[in-house]
Design a protein around this ligand. Structure first.
Ligand SMILES: Nc1ncnc2c1ncn2[C@@H]1O[C@H](COP(=O)(O)OP(=O)(O)OP(=O)(O)O)[C@@H](O)[C@H]1O
Ligand SMILES: [Mg+2]
Length: 497
């Protein structure tokens, strides 16, 4: 295969620190190329340089052997390079169809034409998305699909995907893999970044590993194993992942902190009933769209139940009805969002300010006067606890790598000293090492006596973490499994049938 794109000695500094350091990299025409590395290794930065989103500050880029430089994404796109971003860049107030045809609306003289075209296009991709839906109403998974659709429509010769599968269900992933292969069949070159090592092994022709802003290796996927990839990623051998955990003795249930009865919200949550206990991790497994996030958001006061027949929420036996999330926080209930970009943090504030904002919202902290020392101590503490890595300690959170942003979101909730924490997809976009750290933290919270609820679409994660697993299907919990009776097949069956 011919070399389509060649990067030579690419460097990038932020605040005097190296995000990329003399990286050489090639893309061959027609290949599927996987890029792996820890959080903050430089994967997104490198792909943004290829896509003209950020300029390199050293090195050269060759396109079919000729030097090129892209002043902006439009210039890269003219050359044939499109990028699907890690944190979605859709316009929330516009519909799916409008987003897919953004910038090319003139091709249609009526809005209806856009919808018909979008309908057909989405169908051809096998994407179950309503073209007339406003993007703000879609969950993370469907937003991702819209973004992928937009890139596909642009008919680029190279499409870069930054963690495309992190938000997809197993079913959607299969569709996505098939789509990738179809695109490859049409001669399109694909570069994808992923933390799912098995996916890269399965899908990629070649794999590149970055570590601390440097190129470590590029080789045929067949030359790698999971263990070898992890060792190359972290520069040392890591203890086996959580897949080895298997069934274990569940922690005993403490006080019943929260119970919901007959909980309903439109068609999404239907007569849902379950309880959460202190000192335990309760895992909620279900397919995307099974009402898990909505249930969590009702508990946390973010969504409102149907007023007349919405059911009951009892906190330590006392009925509660929250109008705003702050009331839930004051009662000791926090929700760690799955959608960090739009609801997780103040992107233009520093890590310290984000943590402090979390603290101010918690019980007993009424003063909005900023205490500089307290803020610095707080940042220091949580930076250490969660191993948050940033080049510039006082930089804005938006400048952190995806996985490190996730840690800030978690920290911001935990400073509120909750009695019940709800984690929604807590390790999405987080590297193998950091997953272990976050899992350890979740276990520690339960050991300290908190009630912990974990929502995840990734069954091994749920199985490794939970003392009991509740399976959600079509808006309600349909089955419960204690940790010592977990069975992957039974859980899957309950979720689907
Ligand atoms: N705009 C920016 N300002 C300051 N630092 C930045 C900026 N963009 C990225 N960085 C830093 O550059 C380094 C590489 O970040 P990058 O986003 O490329 O990592 P990544 O490999 O994509 O990680 P992840 O797997 O977490 O997404 C990180 O330390 C990050 O904090
Ligand atoms: Mg990234």
């Amino acid at each position: 295969m011919a070399e389509l794109l060649t990067l030579l000695g690419i460097g990038k500094h932020y605040h005097g620190a190296k995000a990329l350091d003399g990286v050489d990299f090639t893309l061959r025409a027609g290949e599927i190329h996987g890029m792996l590395g820890e959080n903050g290794a430089g994967k997104s930065t490198l792909s943004k340089i290829i896509a003209g989103v950020v300029p390199p500050d050293g090195g050269r880029i060759l396109w079919e052997g000729r030097p090129v430089s892209f002043a902006n994404p439009a210039a890269a796109l003219r050359q044939g390079i499109a990028m699907v971003f890690q944190e979605t860049s859709l316009i929330p107030s516009m519909t799916v169809a409008q987003n897919i045809w953004l910038g090319d609306e003139k091709a249609f003289n009526r809005l209806r034409g856009v919808y018909i075209a979008a309908q057909q296009f989405l169908q051809s991709l096998n994407f179950p998305v309503d073209p007339t839906a406003e993007v703000s109403t879609l969950g993370a998974a469907k937003r991702q699909l819209v973004e992928i659709a937009r890139a596909v429509r642009l008919r680029a010769r190279v499409i870069i995907f930054d963690e495309p599968t992190a938000t997809l269900t197993p079913e959607e992933k299969r569709h996505f893999f098939a789509l990738m292969r179809r695109l490859q069949g049409q001669g399109i070159t694909l570069l994808f970044i992923s933390h799912a090592i098995e996916e890269a092994l399965q899908l990629a022709d070649r794999i590149t590993i970055l570590r601390d802003g440097q190129h470590v290796i590029t080789d045929r996927a067949a030359a790698f194993s999971r263990e070898r990839i992890i060792a190359l990623m972290v520069g040392r051998t890591l203890a086996a992942g959580y897949s080895a955990a298997g069934p274990r003795i569940p922690r005993p249930a403490g006080e019943r902190i929260l119970s919901v009865q007959d909980l309903s919200l439109g068609n999404v949550v239907r007569n849902n009933a379950f309880s959460l206990y202190a000192g335990q991790v309760t895992g909620i497994f279900g397919l995307v769209g099974s009402g898990r996030t909505e249930t969590a958001k009702i508990i946390a006061g973010i969504y409102k139940r149907d007023f007349s027949r919405g059911g009951n929420i009892l906190l330590r036996g006392r009925p509660v009805r929250y109008r705003v999330p702050r009331q839930a926080v004051l009662d000791g209930i926090v929700y760690v969002t799955e959608d960090r970009k739009s609801e997780g943090f103040f992107e233009n504030a520093s890590i310290a300010d984000n943590l402090y904002a979390g603290l101010l919202a918690s019980p007993g902290h009424r003063s909005w006067f900023t205490n500089k020392k307290q803020r610095a101590r707080l940042a220091e503490l949580w930076r250490g606890k969660l191993k948050i890595r940033s080049l510039d300690p006082d930089g804005r959170v938006v400048q952190l790598s995806g996985g490190n942003q996730q840690k800030v979101v978690i920290g911001k909730s935990l400073v509120q000293r909750p009695a019940l924490v709800i984690f929604d997809e807590p390790t999405r976009g987080v590297d193998v090492g950091a997953i272990a750290e976050i899992h350890q933290l979740i276990n520690q919270l339960a050991d300290e006596g908190l009630a912990v609820m974990v929502i995840s679409s990734y069954l091994p994660e749920i199985m490794a973490l939970s003392d009991r697993i509740l399976v959600s299907r079509q808006g309600r919990i349909v089955e419960e499994f204690p940790a010592n009776e977990m069975d992957e097949k039974k859980i899957m069956y309950a979720a689907v049938h």
